[in-house]
Write a protein that binds this ligand. Structure first.
Ligand code: YZS
Length: 259
């Protein structure tokens, strides 16, 4: 059975995560299928892409497949990591991407949802940033992404507490463009997508790229960049990182020593 479903109708592409058994984890397999589908849909007349889970999903996506996180000593979110690759692909896709969110969103899946251009959620939506729960040093582009969207204070709270943000709080904090009743979610999302397909795809594509370039226009001098990479290395080389992954796989609470 395919772990994602793909559809193109009236210039609106839809990618539906279809791996509920494993809570739509962003495994290499799911990400590669998503990237292939985006490529195929682009060959059609797709003007908007919607990314969603199956109707009634309790979990939109459980985030990075923890089984695929490298053991200590290697950057778990490096430039070529499949998750980081798909985030870049969505952010640079020359058409609007809408995250239609039913259910809880975890870790890297929050970054995926927020890499989309518009987020539409319902009362079952929630967002939980988990690096500190697993001992992962999140990456620079991801942290900047969160800062730009929700502001430093809410970003800090999400990263430090690793607790879910409710749909209402997510809407108040700017993670959701719209918060609608779960029964209206699908129609609302597709109506909004349809309204976009009526506008100039060239103008939209250029405006999206302008916003992406301006939002990431944060000059970082080489010393600062190297300091950040050094700081992140102390985390992914740490015993805490190994313990976080081991605890997850053993389905127990991690006991972090701080080194
Ligand atoms: O054990 P089986 O084979 O039955 O599979 C179980 C889970 O192991 C699996 N699963 C996952 N496998 C790999 N990576 C995951 N992230 C993951 N999440 C779940 O799915 C099967 C069903 O899981 P259950 O726990 O039994 O399902 P349920 O009781 O409904 O709970 C659903 C949630 C999503 C609440 C629960 O599975 C959970 O808390 N999953 C972990 C969510 C999480 O912490 N994700 C962040 C992963 N890390 C990242 O994205 C980044 C690296 S970072 O941390 O930096 O943001």
């Amino acid at each position: 059975m395919a772990i994602i479903n793909t559809q193109l109708q009236d210039n609106i592409g839809t990618i539906t995560f279809n791996n509920p058994e494993h809570r739509n984890v962003l495994s290499k397999e799911l990400i590669n299928e998503t990237l292939q589908s985006i490529g195929a849909l682009q060959k059609g007349k797709m003007r908007v892409l919607i990314i969603r889970a199956l109707k009634g999903s309790k979990v939109w996506s459980a985030g990075h497949d923890v089984h695929e996180l490298p053991m200590p000593g290697r950057d778990p979110l490096s430039y070529h990591d499949p998750l980081v690759t798909v985030l870049r692909s969505i952010q640079s896709l020359p058409i609007p991407v809408i995250a239609m969110i039913e259910g809880s969103v975890w870790g890297g899946a929050c970054d995926l949802a927020l890499s989309c251009d518009i987020q539409i959620g319902c009362q079952t939506s929630s967002f939980c940033m988990t690096p500190a729960k697993i001992g992962v040093p999140y990456n620079v582009t991801g942290i900047l992404h969160f800062m730009n969207i929700m502001g430093v204070n809410v970003a800090k709270e999400m990263f430090f507490t690793a607790q879910p943000l409710s749909a209402e709080r997510a809407y108040q904090s700017g993670l959701l463009n719209h918060l609608v009743d779960v029964d209206d979610l699908e129609n609302f999302t597709y109506d909004l997508a349809a309204s976009i397909t009526k506008n100039s795809p060239l103008s939209i594509g250029v405006i999206k790229e302008q916003i992406r370039l301006l939002a990431s226009a944060h000059p970082l001098n080489p010393v600062t960049f190297e300091r950040v990479q050094g700081l992140r290395r102390t985390v992914y080389d740490s015993k805490d990182y190994a313990e976080g992954i081991k605890a997850f796989l053993e389905k127990r609470t991690p006991h972090f020593s701080g080194d």
